[in-house]
Design a protein around this ligand. Structure first.
Ligand code: BTN
Length: 262
């Protein structure tokens, strides 16, 4: 990806601003710095390569040059959106599901923040907050998509099996065209974020809904039960031993209960 190509492909989108880096540490870090310096709403940081890309719970996110999408969106409409902070990972995930569909591939959202194709992870979302005193100043929605097979880390370093969009679509995918579609979709879903249909759409695309799942905090399983759906704030609803339990995303990650990976 080159800056001129990005500008040509995205120049007419109503973005707050755009920063492109051929190589950067983490687009989320850059977005947080830019947000603190006054970036406008819906500004985007995009990188071709990340050297210290970050995932949830302190994990690393692999973004080798020329293989993936790595972007961070700065959202700041605090008065309407602070109430929907738990919906931001859904925002990123819904947009990724849309672009997978445009590539002819069915995908599902592994609550709260992963997108799976055929049970393998193709994308992850990392939502972070920028605070001004006690007030939420901006939300950063970081999205990483494995577009080419080269973006998929070696199996021994994976907490969950992974794949790439090209592998699943069985054809080459233009990353810049995909990026444009992703931003368009993010814009559409963002306008719906405060509505019930947003949660319903997220819920309809949930992986393992109606199945037994295990929720872990990185050290082991903390809760097992049947995944029922989502609450309005994006928390998960489970039936655990016939008790309805609410789980907030926090550092939680979910896997099907019959999964042997741990
Ligand atoms: C996860 O699955 O744990 C979340 C992965 C999020 C990766 C994206 S890539 C763009 C942005 N910059 C980062 O450092 N991380 C996010």
């Amino acid at each position: 990806m080159r800056e001129a190509e990005i500008q040509a492909a995205l120049g007419d989108l109503p973005l707050g601003g755009l920063r492109f880096f051929e190589r950067i540490g983490s687009t989320n870090d850059e977005a947080a710095t830019w947000a603190s310096a006054g970036a406008r709403d819906f500004s985007v940081v995009i990188a071709d390569e990340q050297t210290i890309g970050r995932g949830r719970s302190g994990s690393r996110w692999f973004t080798p040059a020329g293989t993936a999408l790595a972007l961070s969106l700065i959202l700041r409409r605090p008065h309407t959106e602070a109430a929907h902070a738990g919906r931001f990972s859904g925002l990123g995930a819904l947009a990724v599901v849309d672009v997978c569909e445009l590539c002819g591939v069915e995908s599902a959202i592994k609550w709260p923040n992963d997108v799976l194709i055929g049970g393998r992870k193709v994308a992850g979302i990392l939502v972070e907050s920028v605070w001004l005193g006690n007030e939420l100043d901006a939300s950063i929605v970081g999205i990483g998509v494995n577009v080419q097979a080269g973006a998929v880390p070696p199996p021994e370093s994976l907490a969950y099996p992974a794949t790439s969009l090209e592998t699943e679509a069985g054809r080459p995918i233009n990353r810049i065209a995909l990026l444009r579609k992703l931003l368009e979709s993010l814009q559409r879903w963002r306008e719906l974020m405060d509505q019930d249909q947003f949660i319903r759409a997220w819920e309809e695309r949930l992986a393992f809904r109606g199945r037994e799942v295990a929720l872990g905090d990185g050290h082991g399983t903390v809760l097992a039960g049947k995944l029922l759906g989502l609450h309005a704030d994006g928390s998960a609803r489970l039936d655990s031993n016939h008790r309805i339990v609410t789980v907030h995303a926090g550092e939680m990650s979910l896997r099907p209960a019959d999964d042997r990976m741990g």
